[in-house]
Design a protein around this ligand. Sequence first.
Ligand SMILES: C[S@@+](CC[C@H](N)C(=O)[O-])C[C@H]1O[C@@H](n2cnc3c(N)ncnc32)[C@H](O)[C@@H]1O
Ligand code: SF4
Length: 397
Amino acid sequence: MKENYSVIPLLLGKELSLSAKIFWGFIKMGKSWIFPKRNYRYNHLKNLCLVYFKLTPLCNLRCRMCGQWGDQGVMKNCDIREEAKKIVSLERYKELVDEIAPRRPVSYLWGGEPFLYPDLMPLAKYMLDKGLYVSVNTNGTLMEQNAEQIVHDQWSTIFVSLDAFQEINDAMRGKGAYERVVKGFAAINREKKKRNSNYPIMGIVTTVTNQNYLDLEHLAEATREFNLDIHIINLGTYTNDRIIAAQRRFMKEKLDTDIDCLAGYNTGYNHHIDGKRLQSILNNLHQKRYGHPILTVPALNPEKISTYYADLETPVRNHCIVPWCQTNINYNGDVHFCADYPDHILGNIKEQSFKEIYNGDRANRFRKTLHDCEGGMFPGCLRCYQNMLFGKRIRGY
Ligand SMILES: C[S@@+](CC[C@H](N)C(=O)[O-])C[C@H]1O[C@@H](n2cnc3c(N)ncnc32)[C@H](O)[C@@H]1O
Ligand code: SF4
């Protein structure tokens, strides 16, 4: 979708300092792409450009397609009270921020629901004070009561998940979710106006499923009143039994790791999506002007949208570069490369410095195993969100 590239000048025009930070991130990512460091004594921290902080396992919604708390979600079977006790303290996060801040990575705060991490506000403030770009991904239901502080502290971006107009959104995400997001955006807009501020840059993220894809234009019309800066349409993370079995065998054999998380995305919400209809809906969305850019992730050749949903075993991106420039810190302090599949643990920040973990033997073994795979990806990475964003486009897709 060529339209995705056309948003670059729009974003640049909107916020120069923010664009500069994003641009710097792309340079570092490009370095990992063009000159991937296969020397495993290399200090990989040099290319760190994005750190995901999954702050809490808790969530106040139960979105049906969610790999954590949805129909097949992996968190549904755990003792959540015990898990919630394991969260990383604000003090430890601050030390970590001090360690990574000189590299200026983008920090991406998510969860569970990040507003349920008790120290979200002071943590975000600390990161901003240290010069990090702070982006928060939230379901938006707790945004209204925090709007004043968010604008006061000048969060860089806030991405709110909204999947359709009210009725269909709430059928997927829970009753009242839509209305609370509308109120949240209104509160942020009021505060921004009061302070004459551009921050936070505001976006929505829509995950495409067979429940909402026919409603995307309806949602886009409704967003006109939100004063958005960007709308990201995420084609969604899907998998099937065969891919899970192949990944399970592979991870056991090569990395001695048992996997659970991929199965959370075996939801079936990809079934019966009519690729031609979705293609025409996306075309309309990209052609109309809503006052903000709309981006589809991954940016696919429109002819291949049916393949994306119907033929999950056909790769559309490969040669994932995530382990060479990104990481995810889980709510309990475990460090992983793959944000959605926290099975292979590289170490824990409660016990080690981040540098030790990121340049350690387990991290390097993971990098080497990935690099040695055909196409530079594991069998389970076929529709992984990070691979869709940061993998290499396969010819024709
Ligand atoms: C897991 S949520 C965590 C943050 C927060 N609770 C929220 O809903 O925004 C992160 C993002 O993943 C999206 N998501 C949920 N299920 C998904 C799926 N099956 N495939 C791709 N993205 C999904 C959510 O809609 C949200 O935008
Ligand atoms: S709000 Fe986010 S984490 Fe919670 S169930 Fe929905 S998608 Fe999952």
